[in-house]
Ligand binder design. Structure first.
Ligand SMILES: [Zn+2]
Length: 372
C-alpha cells in the first residue's frame, strides 16, 4: 500500500493523515480496536465506578488527614478543570488549587478561575512563568518544527503540580482529564515530560538561559515522585457519567461563563490547534476529539463527518490572532508564515529520552505491581 493512499476508518473519523493510525483488513483503525480494552480499565460511568470513586476519595482523605490539603489540581478556567473543582467540593476534598500562568490566558479565563475559586472557598496558588523564558522556549519550538508545540506550556504545568505537591506534602494530584471526551491518544505528540528534549531544542534555537520556568526530570517524574514520594494522579471524572454540555450548564448556574469559541481559555492553544497543526503538520485535531465522542456514545459518526466538513477556523479571525500572537512573542508575521511552510522535524532530531523511556516505564510498572 502506498503511503499516499488516503484511508478513513469505517467506524470513527480518524484517517491516514493522523500519524500512528493504522487500519486492519476490515478498514477499522487501531483507536477503535483498542478502545474496548482501554475503556474496561479506565472508564466506569456506572455502579462499579461509584464504588471505585468511594474507595479513591477515602484513600485521598486518609492520606491527607491532618495536613492542610489532601489533594492538588490544576485549574485552567476551562470546562473540565472547573467542573472538577466543584465536584471536589461536593466530594468533601480539601484541595490546593494551582493555576499556571504561561502568558496566554484570556480575560474570560482569568474571570472564570476567580469565580470557581471564590464559589468553593479554595486556596489558589498562581505560578507565573517568566515571560521572557516562555517566549524564548515557544520560539525555539516553532523554529525546531517539532509537532508537539504544546510542550513549553504542558511541561511547566506538570512540573509545577509536582513542585507544589512536594512542598505541601500532598500525595494526590487529581485531574480533569477524562475518557468520555479525550480517550483517543495523540500519537503524533512526543511527551512533554521529556526534559532532555526540551533542553536540547532550547539549546539549538533559544536565545537566553531558561530561568523562572519550573522543570521536572524524567527520573523525578517516573521514579522518585510515584515510587519514593508516593505522589499519584487520579482521574475521578472517569468514574462518573461526564457530559460536557451538562457540565457547562451546571457551571453557568454558578456564575462561570462559557467561551464563545473553542480553546477560549488560551490564545496559544487556539493558534496551535487552529493554525499550526493543520497548516504545518496537516493534522486536524478535531478528528481525535470527535472520535473520543463517538467511542463514548456522545456523537454519531455522521454528525462528526458533517462537523469535519466545516473549516477548522475562521480565516479572517485567525489571521488577526496570528498578528497578535507574533507581536506578543516577538516574531514578524512573515517569519511565522515562513515557519508554517518549512518542513517539520521529528523530536528525534534532538537529544531525547527515547533510549531509556521504556525501561523507566517498565521499572515503575514492575515496582507498583510488586507493591500490589
Ligand atoms: Zn476508528
Amino acid at each position: 500500500m502506498s503511503s499516499h493512499y488516503y484511508q478513513i476508518c469505517k467506524t470513527c473519523v480518524m484517517d491516514s493523515t493522523m500519524a500512528g493510525t493504522v487500519f486492519n483488513e476490515e478498514g477499522i483503525c487501531n483507536n477503535c480496536t483498542e478502545f474496548p480494552e482501554k475503556a474496561a480499565i479506565h472508564w466506569m460511568p456506572n455502579d462499579k465506578g461509584v464504588a471505585r470513586l468511594d474507595a479513591m476519595l477515602a484513600k485521598i482523605k486518609e492520606q491527607g488527614a491532618g495536613k492542610e490539603y489532601d489533594c492538588i489540581f490544576g485549574l485552567s478556567g476551562g470546562v473540565d478543570s472547573s467542573f472538577l473543582a466543584f465536584k471536589a467540593k461536593e466530594w468533601g476534598l480539601r484541595p490546593l488549587v494551582l493555576h499556571v500562568d504561561g502568558g496566554w490566558n484570556t480575560e474570560l479565563a482569568a474571570a472564570n478561575i476567580r469565580c470557581v475559586v471564590d464559589e468553593n472557598g479554595y486556596d489558589l496558588v498562581t505560578e507565573v512563568v517568566d515571560w521572557e523564558t516562555m517566549k524564548d522556549l515557544q520560539k525555539a519550538y516553532l523554529r525546531a518544527g517539532v509537532t508537539n508545540q504544546d510542550v513549553p506550556q504542558d511541561h511547566v504545568f506538570i512540573a509545577s503540580l509536582f513542585h507544589y505537591a512536594r512542598k505541601h506534602k500532598i500525595k494526590a494530584i487529581i485531574s480533569g482529564h477524562n475518557f468520555a471526551t479525550e480517550s483517543t491518544p495523540m500519537r503524533w505528540q512526543h511527551p512533554a515530560m521529556d526534559l532532555i528534549n526540551l533542553r536540547a531544542i532550547h539549546k539549538a534555537h533559544g536565545e537566553r538561559p531558561i530561568q523562572g520556568y519550573r522543570t521536572i526530570s524524567a527520573l523525578e517524574y517516573y521514579i522518585f515522585s510515584p515510587l519514593v514520594r508516593l505522589i499519584k494522579f487520579y482521574h475521578p471524572l472517569n468514574l462518573i457519567p461526564y457530559d460536557k454540555e451538562e457540565s457547562i450548564k451546571f457551571l453557568e448556574s454558578k456564575g462561570w461563563r462559557n467561551y464563545q469559541r473553542k480553546h477560549g481559555e488560551s490564545i496559544f492553544t487556539r493558534i496551535f490547534q487552529d493554525c499550526i497543526l493543520p497548516k504545518k503538520f496537516g493534522i486536524d485535531k478535531r478528528r481525535a476529539h470527535l472520535t473520543s465522542l463517538i467511542h463514548s456514545g456522545g456523537m454519531s459518526r455522521d454528525r462528526a463527518l458533517a462537523i469535519l466538513k466545516e473549516p477548522v477556523c475562521n480565516e479572517i479571525e485567525i489571521r488577526r490572532e496570528i498578528e497578535f500572537f507574533c507581536r506578543k512573542i516577538g516574531l514578524t508575521v512573515e517569519e511565522f508564515d515562513q515557519l508554517m511552510v518549512e518542513g517539520s522535524r521529528s523530536h528525534k532530531y534532538y537529544k531525547n529520552w527515547d533510549c531509556y523511556y521504556n525501561f523507566m516505564k517498565y521499572f515503575k510498572g514492575a515496582v507498583l505491581r510488586l507493591r500490589g
